[in-house]
Design a protein around this ligand. Structure first.
Ligand code: S3P
Length: 176
C-alpha cells in the first residue's frame, strides 16, 4: 500500500515518514526531493528562478507521472494536495493521512525552520502567524479530503508512528 502523509509545512511529515517506512520496511519518498532531483534545483532556487506557478506545475507532474513502488511511504509538500487535482490523484493511488496541527502550533514550529521555505521566508513573528492561519484555513478544505486524520499536535514522531501503525493493523484486519 502507498501511504501519503499530507499536511501543512512543519507538521512533521518527513520525520514521521522516515520512521514509518523503516518500521514497514518499505521505501520512503519525499516529493520535494523528487522535484529537486527532476529539476536539478533545490526548492528555494526553483521558486526564485521560476516562481510558484511553475513550481506547482512541476509538483503536479510528479504525481501524474510517478512510478512509485507498490509499497511506500510518501511525504508530500504542504501545498501539493491543494493544487489542480492532486488530492484526487493521491486518494486514488493510496491511503492518505492528514497530520493535523493548529496554526499556532505550526507557527511555533516554523519559527525556527523558515529560511529554506520560500513561502514563509520573509515573514516573522505576528506576520508569520497570520500567514499560517490564513493559508491553513484555505488548505484545510483539501487536507480534509484525506482518508484519515491524525491529531498530531503535542505528539512525538514516535507516538504518531505507534498510532498510525495501530490504524494500519486495524485496516489490515478488516480488509485483508
Ligand atoms: C510548500 C511546502 C514545502 C515545499 C515548498 C512549498 C507549501 O514542503 O513543497 O516550500 O506550499 O506549503 P514541506 O511541507 O515539506 O515543507
Amino acid at each position: 500500500m502507498k501511504l501519503f502523509l499530507i499536511g501543512f509545512m512543519g507538521c512533521g511529515k518527513s520525520t514521521l515518514g522516515k520512521k514509518l517506512a523503516f518500521r514497514l520496511q518499505c521505501p520512503f519518498i519525499d516529493v520535494d526531493k523528487e522535484i529537486e532531483r527532476s529539476t536539478g534545483l533545490n526548492i528555494s532556487a526553483y521558486f526564485e528562478r521560476f516562481g510558484e506557478v511553475e513550481f506547482r506545475k512541476a509538483e503536479h507532474s510528479i504525481f501524474e507521472t510517478s512510478k512509485w513502488p507498490q509499497n511506500a511511504v510518501i511525504a508530500t509538500g504542504g501545498g501539493a494536495p491543494c493544487y489542480f487535482n492532486t488530492m484526487e490523484l493521491i486518494n486514488a493511488m493510496g491511503l492518505s493521512i492528514y497530520l493535523k496541527m493548529s496554526a499556532s502550533a505550526l507557527a511555533s514550529r516554523l519559527r525556527q525552520g523558515s529560511a529554506d521555505r520560500p513561502l514563509i521566508r520573509d515573514y516573522q513573528g505576528a506576520e508569520l502567524s497570520e500567514y499560517i492561519h490564513m493559508k491553513l484555513s484555505e488548505r484545510e478544505l483539501y487536507y480534509n479530503k484525506a482518508h484519515m486524520t491524525v491529531q498530531a499536535e503535542g505528539l512525538s514522531a514516535s507516538d504518531l508512528e505507534e498510532a498510525i501503525q495501530g490504524y494500519l493493523t486495524e485496516i489490515n484486519r478488516i480488509f485483508y
